[in-house]
Each structure stands twice: as structure tokens, then as C-alpha cells.
Design a protein around this ligand. Sequence first.
Ligand SMILES: [Zn+2]
Ligand SMILES: [Zn+2]
Length: 389
Amino acid sequence: MKANCWMGRNTVEVQEVPDPGILNGHDAIVRITSTAICGSDLHLYDGYVPTMKKGDILGHEFMGEVVEVGPRVSTLRVGDRVVVPFPIACGNCVACRHEMFSVCENSNPNAGLAEKFMGHAPAGIFGYSHMLGGYPGGQAEYARVPFADVGPIKIEGDLPDEQVLFLSDILPTGWMGAEMCDIKPGDVIAVWGAGPVGQFAVASAFLMGAEQVIAIDRFPYRLKRAERAGARTLNYEEVDVLDALRDLTAGRGPDGCIDAVGMEAHHPTGPVHAYDRVKQATRMETERPHALREAIMACRNGGTVSVIGVYGGLLDKFPMGSLMNRSLTLRGGQCHVQRYLKPLLGRIRNGDIDPSFVISHRMRLEDAPRGYEMFKNKQDECNKIVLTP
Ligand SMILES: [Zn+2]
Ligand SMILES: [Zn+2]
């Protein structure tokens, strides 16, 4: 089959690789009909996530048709149309029983590697480094899906791929980002990063009753998309974000601050950005955490900072004094996608949200290298790319 493979920093290649097969009775094989490139794939592309190997198949946002099931799969049949969540979860461990699927204790065969970096291991993730399981991803014609009874959700009826594909990651991720802010009526929520996840966080915050949502980015076309979702917008290259947020909240600060940026943030002031860039490039820190620092400083006393942007390891100049002295709550996590599949599919069906609005480009799988380049450099107002194998 054809698959998009990581070949080193800034290089991906569509290669001919062996078809996946059933390795465990709980596996299913899915023929992929739609797959997407994620902002977090760019962290791999840029070489900032440790334990990638040449030839690794990328991709963790995919859906398709079940073409084979293992003897112990009971809920899926050949021919079912499914969306596959990006975290792999067993459904039986303590974490899964508490619906903390992205920290499943049984799905990461390289747990020892992850423990070295993080103390304890999170779940395995499709196409996202060996530390997170070394699973081949879904930017391919086929994928092996472990624990097939736990993850994939069946799509019945005629909803097109483009309306349900993002259940695999970015829609529930944006939703969880807002949910972690514990939004009360009248709340003001600020979202750093107006990419697709940020756009879904904006939409989710409004559905949860936020009075005002403020989106922060530097690309006008992305801010325009957030505006269309009802957000006020701040371009951090034009205004001082902390001042502007104080002005918009009677001096108090937003009740909830969502970091939808993660480890490769930009900073409008040269010296601070240079400091983080140099330390990241020399592997002295793994992150450029500007958005996170700013979210903490901006948040109102007693408010919540919700981190859904991806971080990989260690960071510098973390404003712990601000967090502690002002009674902030810091929450984060890879999305527990399985928890949100049914309710969010329900909201798509009843018209509360049509996630296809984030798509800016559609390409063949073969064009993945061009897609990565375009997405990385934000060419042609690139917002979200869907690939068809
Ligand atoms: Zn993703
Ligand atoms: Zn589990």
C-alpha cells in the first residue's frame, strides 16, 4: 500500500510499504477513505518530538471502511464505516474505566521509553513517535486498529466523511479544551491559536455558554475564521495581548485561557523568541512556550488555564509564582476522544456544529509532502488539509 512516511526533519515521502495485517484478536483493518494533516504533525515534521524513526508512517486523524476483523472483535463487522480516535485505548484498565482514554495503561508497548521522559507513560497514539507506541499512522491506504471494540465509532446514515472525520481528534480536542475551563454563563474565554483546534475551541466555548470568546493569533485569515465563529480577535503582532485582554475584561482577565498552540509558539518580541528558539534548537528545552506563559499571566485570579496544544518535554521560564499566588488551576491532556465521540456525533447530526468549516484544502495522499510544506508555511491561507488515499 501507499503511506506517508517521516524521513527526517522537514521531509516526508509517500512510499510503497507492506499492507498491515491482524496481529491480535482485537484488531481491525480499516481501508482509509479520508485522513487529515494535523497541526501536531508539524511538531514531528519540524523534528521536535523525540523517538521518531526514518520510515515511520504518519497520521492520527483518519476514517474508513472495516475490511477485516480479528476473531475477538465483537462490535464491528466488515463493511462498517468508522472514525478512529487518535489515542489507542484498551477499555479495561483503571484509566479507561475512568474514561481517561489518552492515558490508557495497556496500549503503549514502549511505556518504558515514555517513562524516562515523563515519569509515567501515556497511551499509544497512531503515527506519533515510538515513545507513544510506535504505531503506524493513518496517512495511508490501510491501517491496523488495535482494541477495535473500544475506539472506532460506527457512522450510520449518509453523513459525508468531511463532516465526521474530525471526530478523530481536533473537534473533541477543541471541545475538551473548553470543557476543562468549566465555563459558567457570562464567562469570558481567551483562546491562543486560531488554527482548526482553536476554531473548534471557540465554537465549543460558545456552545457551553461563554459570553465572550477572544481568539489570539497572527494570521489574519485564521483570525477571520475565528471571527466568523463569533470570536473577538487579537493579532499579537499588532497589540499587546495582556493589555488588550485587561481592557476587554474590565481589568480582571479572562475566566478561562486555552492554549491551543503548544510547543512551537511564536513571540512578537525578538529577544524572547530568540532565547526559546536557541534553547529549543540546541535541545536545552523542548518547547517554545510563549503562548502558555502568556495564558497564565493573562488569566483572572482563580481562573483556569487549559492546555490542549501539544508539548513534548521541558520548558523554561515557567511563571509558577503567578500560578500559585493567584490560585490558578492548570489543566491539560491529550484528548480522551472516546469519551466525546457519541455526544459530538449527536451534535453534528442535529446541526449544532458542522466541523467541515475548517477545511481549506483537499488533496490526494500522494500530495502529502506538498501539503506538509504548505501547512507549515501557511501558504495559500492553509487551514486544514484533508487527504484522500
Ligand atoms: Zn491531530
Ligand atoms: Zn486502558
